[in-house]
Ligand binder design. Structure first.
Ligand SMILES: Nc1ncnc2c1ncn2[C@@H]1O[C@H](COP(=O)(O)OP(=O)(O)OP(=O)(O)O)[C@@H](O)[C@H]1O
Length: 270
């Protein structure tokens, strides 16, 4: 692929103050890729994605966003971020649509009111997450899973080139996980690039094109879902290798293979 990577890390380190949490990570995401970022609790997944947003400290190595060095990158709306464990305020009354409209704010000067073009983009974002019919409702009246969809719509309203989501399905019941997974699948079909931190790969197995697995601040697997599943199969058979990035062949029934092969530590928290 000759196009510029959306995200490019070379021996990158991120952390807080001078403590490196993520160390020596090399990773590149191309247009259209949907990457699941897996790993045990505390392995540095959130710290890595926060680093891309300037929310954790860049402590070494090269980081480029859309070909521009992180320190010089100013085009923040190109990265749509759905943070972890967000909750929408219940103390201030605000509608679903109003929340999604805030996604447009970074794209226009503060003095310019929103126009028809903004409204059209907001409509599209609400459609994408299946909440157009709830747009006038108070967000506080929505379930946790629906609120995640509101926040995904807010991120989409900025028309980002890549959507970075930190555990979009965590704490959401199975039925709502499926709805969220369908939302992400529709976005993937339209070519939306995504980097998704998750412990619930099974729910997203139809969407994901690549798996990156972190352990103790390092990447210990980067490859196709098929290769990831094969690595686990071999591990279960006792060859001592947990992951294998070597095999890259496509197989039928991938979703089932990935689901079956998942170790419990990746699918369940704590
Ligand atoms: N704001 C912060 N300040 C200082 N240390 C932090 C901060 N946020 C996270 N850490 C530390 O960084 C390490 C990695 O945390 P991080 O949240 O990146 O892991 P994670 O892989 O996303 O975990 P989880 O799956 O539990 O969300 C942990 O030791 C954590 O205590």
């Amino acid at each position: 692929m000759t196009s510029t990577p959306l995200i490019e890390l070379r021996s990158a380190s991120f952390g807080y103050a001078d403590r490196k949490v993520v160390d020596g990570v090399t990773l590149s995401q191309g247009p259209g890729e949907v990457i699941a970022l897996l790993g045990p609790n505390g392995s540095g997944k959130s710290t890595l994605v926060k680093g891309l947003l300037g929310l954790s400290d860049h402590l070494g190595g090269d980081v480029k966003l859309f070909g521009t060095a992180l320190a010089k990158f100013r085009d923040k709306p190109r990265i749509g971020y759905v943070p972890q464990r967000h909750s929408l305020s219940t103390s201030v009354r605000v509608t679903v649509r109003e929340i999604v409209e805030t996604g447009r704010l970074p794209l226009r000067p503060w003095w310019r009111p929103s126009g028809a073009a903004d409204a059209a983009v907001v409509d599209k974002a609400l459609d994408a997450v299946g909440l157009r019919d709830r747009e006038r409702e108070d967000v506080a009246a929505l379930s946790g899973g629906q609120q995640r969809r509101v926040l995904i719509a807010r991120a989409l309203a900025a028309q980002p080139d890549v959507l970075v989501m930190d555990e979009p399905t965590a704490g959401v019941d199975v039925a709502n996980q499926r709805i969220l997974a369908d939302v992400l699948a529709r976005l993937a079909e339209r070519g939306t690039s995504m980097l998704i931190v998750t412990h619930e790969l099974a729910a997203l197995s139809d969407v994901v094109t690549r798996i990156v697995c972190m352990n103790a601040g390092h990447v210990d697997f980067d490859g196709s879902p098929t290769a990831y599943a094969a690595g686990h199969r071999r591990h279960e058979l006792g060859d001592g290798h947990h992951h294998s990035p070597s095999a890259d062949e496509r197989e039928p029934g991938l979703a089932a293979i990935v689901t079956d092969a998942l170790p419990s530590r990746e699918v369940r928290r704590g």
